[in-house]
Ligand binder design. Structure first.
Ligand code: SAH
Length: 222
């Protein structure tokens, strides 16, 4: 498939799967239209890069459905100058889109192979304001806190207190929360002041589990 075909498919994805479902933020729509999703999926799945769903990546993980990435980014209301944390970098796709909206993105991934390939891919594609860290991100990434926006791309039983603590006042955190592995609620937490957090339910979603100290039972990782 030629680059032009991918461009046409990407435009259609933004129009039909993202804007068509109600995402309005012009910055998010423009950023989704600029990031080549075909460069973030395994080589054998490039033809499916603009399908309306998640796709498998290495280590049994997934690259999220484009609509869900856009929904989370819109809910996080990222503005130029913002510092963003993404927990669960996976392929690096959502971090790449976020990096076009923000000043700096810290992306944490617990699988060493995924972290290394996301880092290499983001550098090769020129996303210079994303730093990929291989670590358990269920407790955030304290070194660069506080953040104006935190995106969690894996589902946990609750929003970890450590992540709330790394939100700047006025900051927004978006995360799938739930006890079940096949259905969770997408939750937005806004920090109103030092001690007050406001919560909104953004609807039902399905994500891979957040595995770590502040998520589900710790496993092997970075
Ligand atoms: N945003 C990604 C989606 C990746 S799926 C993309 O655009 O491709 C969620 C990712 O979260 C998986 O890669 C998984 O390995 C990772 N993950 C799960 N628990 C984690 C943890 N505690 N710390 C960091 N990453 C974690």
């Amino acid at each position: 498939m030629s680059g032009d075909d991918f461009v046409a498919r990407r435009e259609r994805m933004v129009r039909e799967h993202v804007a068509g479902r109600g995402v309005r933020d012009p910055g998010v729509l423009a950023a989704m239209g600029r990031v080549p999703r075909e460069a973030f999926v395994p080589a054998g799945l490039r033809d499916s890069a603009y399908d309306d769903g998640p796709l498998p990546i290495e280590d049994g993980q997934t690259i999220s459905q484009p609509y869900i990435v856009a929904l989370m980014l819109e809910a996080a209301a990222i503005r130029p100058g913002d510092r963003v944390l993404e927990v669960g970098a996976g392929s690096g796709y959502a971090s790449a889109v976020a990096s076009l909206l923000a000043a700096q993105v810290e992306a944490v991934e617990r699988h060493p192979g995924l972290a290394a390939s996301a880092r290499e891919r983001l550098a090769r594609l020129g996303y210079g304001n994303v730093a990929v860290h291989c670590a358990d991100g269920s407790g955030g990434w304290a070194e660069a806190a506080p953040y104006d926006a935190i995106l969690v791309a894996a589902s946990g039983p609750r929003v970890p207190a450590a992540l709330r603590a790394q939100l700047a006042v006025g900051g927004r955190l978006v995360m799938p929360v739930g006890e079940s592995s096949w259905q969770q609620r997408l939750v937005r937490v806004t920090r109103r002041d030092e001690n007050a957090f406001e919560e909104a339910d953004l609807g039902g979603v399905v994500f891979v589990p957040l595995v770590g100290e502040h998520g589900w039972a710790p496993g092997a990782g970075c």
